[in-house]
Design a protein around this ligand. Sequence first.
Ligand SMILES: Cc1ncc(COP(=O)(O)O)c(C=O)c1O
Length: 399
Amino acid sequence: MSLTLSKKAQAVKPSSTLAITAKAAELRSQGIDVVGFGAGEPDFPTPENICNAAIDAINAGFTKYTAASGITELKQAVCDKFKKFNGLDYEPDQIVISNGGKHSLTNVFTALLNEGDEVIIPAPYWLSYPEIVKLAGGVPVFVSGNKEHGYKVSVEQLKNVTTSKTKALILNTPSNPTGMIYTEEELRQIADYVVENDIYVVSDEMYENLVYNGKKHVSIASFGEEIYKRTITVSGLAKSYAMTGWRIGYTGSTKEIAKLMGSVQSHQTSNPNSIAQKAALEALTSDQSAVDMMTKEFDNRRKYMYERVSRMKYVSTLEPDGAFYLFIDCSGVLNKSYKGKKIESIAEMSKILIEDYNVAVVPCGDFGFDDSIRLSYAIKIETIDKGLSRIEKFLDELN
Ligand SMILES: Cc1ncc(COP(=O)(O)O)c(C=O)c1O
């Protein structure tokens, strides 16, 4: 057969985080006690009132198609949240409710990009960005953040990678994988640069609720009319409300961009699940104490994990202020020997960890930083404890 398949689809790398989760699940199914630090989802159940809203929706027969870009009540609830939490004024026709943050990002780049448009992606980055950009015909352009600056990028660095083809910049604060947060001052400088250069910012704020150390999440679109017009603010319910499986995300943008995204979505997926939309409405409009409880618990785990990893040999980490990840520089492990053989890469180290110590970590090559790993603390503290002890044991074996 001489038929060929899509070059774009073939160029997509399968998600390595999902692959690690799958490997851990496979070992568990063989009865092996694996500690999985790969999870990108809260271990808490979805709060009961949210589940009940979904059950009520089913009982009320709210089980048919809705408007393709989401129900007006939910769009209004998203506007209210944007106003109260982010200081952003959006009308319901500027909101598109989607099937999750990933889907929102897909909508955004489908609406923004023409073939060959460049998108600046600061590294380390969430591994899906380059793939989503490429699928939409864009060209990812990477710029690495320095560890000394919390892996965040400066305007100077952006200048070095901006060309006449630059269409957009992706910003992710709080960051997956580093847990770092851009300060208001840093964001203001980037906003000025974006406006001067007339490009878009895709501001991924999925982890906006998960912020610690008294730090504050700031939305770049809130700095005035010019940056507001050029920003697409992306968020969702998955991380803040332990609703990963429900698949609800949303964007705030200009009406023009929202209309384009709504139109694309109307052909590609139609409305997000009607029942999940009612659950999302409950999540956004009800008492937020479950979010506070989860954030507090993540914070305890964050402190514990940071403390312990800081004391480990050959590795180093920065204290994260947000999300639920610790980003660990493991370059000190390279060229050390394990069982008489040199460790040549962090991918190899991760393989040893899962096979010999039954600890699943995420090597960050696919996040644009070969020498680091990401550990999630969206798992129970006892499990964190056990997993870190295993990593320490491995480090003790090196010479
Ligand atoms: C930074 C970031 N953005 C977006 C998403 C997508 O979230 P969702 O599960 O809503 O598609 C994730 C999920 O891991 C993420 O880490």
